[in-house]
Design a protein around this ligand. Structure first.
Ligand SMILES: *Cc1c(COP(=O)(O)O)cnc(C)c1O
Length: 444
């Protein structure tokens, strides 16, 4: 438009700038991620090391199983999946998801309990939309956590209350404080297991404890299990689905193909009513979920058509190989972070694709906070991390280790160089003096 032409300006009714949308978008993980990406020095010829996003699909070692790809080819060639699908999803795919999840449950889900969504992201939106029906509702979310929950709640005027994951206790939940956070308007608690961003895996007792608190409060559990089965800890702590406690408390289980099958771009997820006592049905919640599903977009029918083959035919070795790769990467991170100045990594990751690292800001010169750390790291070293502030924990950073181990090694090397370059001079001098005069240890 010819900007100065007043007459022309007056003609149009667009008011492009909606600050609240801008703010919501800037605060999503994507918003922060984009800022960190924009901070990169475009002249630097080195490859970018992407530790900001849980999407390893670009690396050949993480390529999905050939059986998964064949499932799509089969669905395509059958010519049966070019149609619109029912809003809830096509029956064979719903049945396949129910059967897949049934192997870990003490009761049986039916295809009617499963609703297919556009990735786990839309499952989160549906769950929160359904809960927002109660005016003044609030939900309990983990901190640090996954910011899509906060954005979805903000858009639907659902209040958020955070419960802390405790770094000094392997990111466990303090069950006592959970009860204190809730009030008469609390309607749900979300649990992400295996955990993003901490890489923690909750054991049977912890999950049961959460289920019992939820039952006492009369609220439901949203179990984000998008990383289900991606566990590889030393203790071989197995993944326990929250649905195991479905007869204690109703559970909405959320999942998708994105992480375990490494196909996040296929956008196929699910929300599953894991509620053998039909509590949610009796209160009309299931109808509400169906209504929500009815008014939103559906995952592509072609991908739905491939779901039964994907869930039944994926090679066991594919699963175990992905877990082996993730374990190698998680351990490499943990071990290397132990001797990078200014950083503390308190726990190994036992599952999922990321872990949290604490910044000891007083040990750096000229780094204001976690956002500043990530912007400068991106600018100087082309390594992308997510500032802890974006996931609810200031002065920490989130490191996604699900990349090729070779690239990860380079990334960790660059992080170390960056930290050494920015280490506080005072601290550095004291450290070198201390090595000369070991008897002074503990004084400075
Ligand atoms: C990646 C992720 C999602 C979103 O999954 P999509 O299937 O890609 O939409 C949801 N929750 C958590 C905790 C995630 O890490």
């Amino acid at each position: 438009m010819r900007g100065s032409d007043e007459e022309e300006r007056k003609r149009w009714r667009f008011q492009g700038n909606r600050p609240e949308i801008g703010e919501a978008s800037a605060n999503t993980l994507r918003g922060v991620y984009n800022r960190v990406m924009d901070s990169m020095n475009k002249e630097d010829p080195r490859p970018v090391i992407q530790l900001g996003q849980g999407d390893p699909s670009a690396f050949s070692c993480f390529r999905t199983d050939p059986a998964v790809e064949s499932a799509i080819v089969g669905a395509l060639e059958s010519g049966q999946y070019n149609c619109y699908a029912p809003a809830v999803g096509i029956l064979p795919a719903r049945r396949a998801v129910a059967e897949y999840l049934n192997s870990g449950l003490p009761y049986k889900l039916s295809p009617g309990d499963v609703y297919l969504t556009v990735g786990c992201t839309q499952a989160i939106e549906v769950a929160i939309t359904a809960l927002a029906c109660r005016p003044g509702a609030n939900i309990l979310l983990p901190r640090p956590g996954y910011p899509d929950y906060e954005s979805a709640a903000a858009q639907r005027h659902v209040e958020v209350r955070h419960y802390d994951l405790q770094p000094e206790k392997g990111w466990a939940v303090d069950l006592k404080s959970l009860g204190d956070l809730a009030d008469g308007n609390t309607v749900a608690i979300a649990v992400i297991n295996p955990g993003n961003p901490c890489g923690n895996v909750f054991g049977y007792e912890q999950l049961k404890g959460i289920a019992e608190v939820a039952r006492k409060l009369g609220i439901l559990v949203i179990a984000d299990e998008v990383y289900e089965q991606l566990t590889f800890g030393e203790e071989k702590r197995p993944f326990v689905p929250m649905g195991v406690f479905g007869s204690i408390v109703p559970v909405l289980t959320l999942g998708s193909l994105s992480k375990r099958w490494v196909v996040p771009g296929w956008r196929l997820g699910w929300i599953v009513v894991t509620d053998p006592n039909d509590v949610l049905r009796d209160f009309g919640m299931v109808e509400t979920i169906k209504d929500c599903i009815n008014i939103c977009a559906d995952p592509a029918t072609l991908i739905q058509g491939a779901v039964p083959q994907i869930l039944e035919k994926t090679n066991r070795h594919f699963y175990s190989n992905i877990n082996k790769l993730l374990k190698r990467a998680a351990d490499l991170c943990y071990d290397r972070f132990q001797d990078i100045p200014g950083l503390t990594c308190p726990t190994r990751a036992d599952g999922a694709m990321s872990l949290m690292v604490k910044l000891n800001l007083s040990e750096f010169d000229g780094i204001e906070d976690d956002i500043d750390f990530c912007l400068k790291l991106s600018e100087e070293e082309l390594v992308i991390l997510i500032p802890g502030t974006a996931v609810g924990l200031k002065s920490w950073v989130r490191v996604t280790f699900a990349i090729d181990p070779w690239a990860l090694g380079i990334g960790l090397h660059r992080i170390k160089a960056f930290c050494q370059r920015h280490a506080s001079k005072y601290k550095a001098i004291t450290r070198s003096r201390l090595s000369l005069y070991p008897q002074l240890n503990g004084i400075a």
